[in-house]
Design a protein around this ligand. Structure first.
Ligand code: NAG
Ligand code: NAG
Length: 254
């Protein structure tokens, strides 16, 4: 499944590198917005099977929150191999919130906040870039963040990932946020949000589902996030939920 989804992205990237009007450059939801878009993005079969329709949403989306830090290997692995495929399949019935900060610490020097990150300066920079993307693009930040986290060098990947997945966001505007007061304020908000967790986090990635963190939910988020979100969703379930048991077993048949 992971390989398939990566292939979908690879296909889109190949056809339409960074074109602002390409349906493939935006959220996966738009890949299925029309049969034509689905064909152009090379995902018609997946769209027919998953049958995304936000309009058909009949209940509150399941709130999935991720508290993480940009260079933590376990966070990167969770985003790349669990959260991203789940978002592609179930983005219409989940509300995803990312809070980059994690195990960082902050202090105040009288004028601005100073951040110290578990994996050093580069991690603070990665956190800040992602926090600014989230603030400046609101709902369209997940793909460029996923793109960064799945890359060999998270920080170096930022600019190509923005060009590809958030073509409407100018790099200059993003850097102004990263290096300025806005970024400092946003990261402080992330610090407050992370510190307010109950129970307080003692590792990352730390997941809450509908605002709740338990060891059981955390374990399920890691082992079976698709069925977890499907089960928590009170409305009419998307087709992918019904077939989940079957769909996630794969065979190489003769
Ligand atoms: C999506 O699901 C609805 C209701 O289950 C169905 O009527 C419709 O034909 C499906 N669309 C596609 C493209 O499979
Ligand atoms: C961006 O950050 C500013 C300053 O903290 C805040 O007022 C604004 O609501 C944020 N916007 C989004 C979309 O998060």
């Amino acid at each position: 499944m992971k390989a398939l989804l990566l292939l979908i992205v690879a296909v889109c990237v190949k056809f339409e590198p960074g074109r602002g009007d390409s349906p493939c450059a935006h959220s996966p939801h738009t890949w299925c917005s029309s049969a034509e878009a689905a064909v152009r993005c090379g995902v018609l079969q997946q769209c027919l099977e998953a049958n995304f329709t936000r309009e058909r949403q009949t209940a509150e989306p399941v709130k999935v929150e991720l508290y993480y830090e940009s260079l933590c290997p376990a966070c990167r692995n969770f985003i790349g191999s669990i959260l991203y495929p789940t978002f592609v399949l179930l983005g219409d019935i989940m509300d995803l919130t990312l809070v980059p900060y994690g195990n960082a610490q902050e202090s105040f020097d009288g004028g601005k906040y100073i951040f110290k990150c578990q994996h050093g300066e580069q991690e603070c920079l990665g956190n800040m870039i992602e926090a600014c993307m989230l603030n400046l693009t609101s709902s369209d930040a997940f793909l460029p963040i996923y793109c960064m986290e799945a890359s060999g060098d998270v920080v170096k990947a930022a600019q190509p990932c923005v060009e590809l997945f958030a073509p409407d966001l100018s790099w200059e505007r993003l850097m102004k946020c990263v290096n300025g007061d806005l970024g400092n304020q946003i990261m402080h908000q992330n610090a407050l949000k992370t510190q307010a967790l109950k129970p307080s986090h003692n590792y990352v990635p730390w997941i809450t589902i509908n605002g709740v963190h338990t060891e059981d939910l955390q374990d399920k988020a890691f082992s079976a996030l698709v069925p977890l979100v499907c089960n928590m969703y009170k409305g009419e379930k998307p087709a992918i939920c019904g077939g989940a048991g079957r769909r996630f077993k794969s065979y190489c048949q003769k």
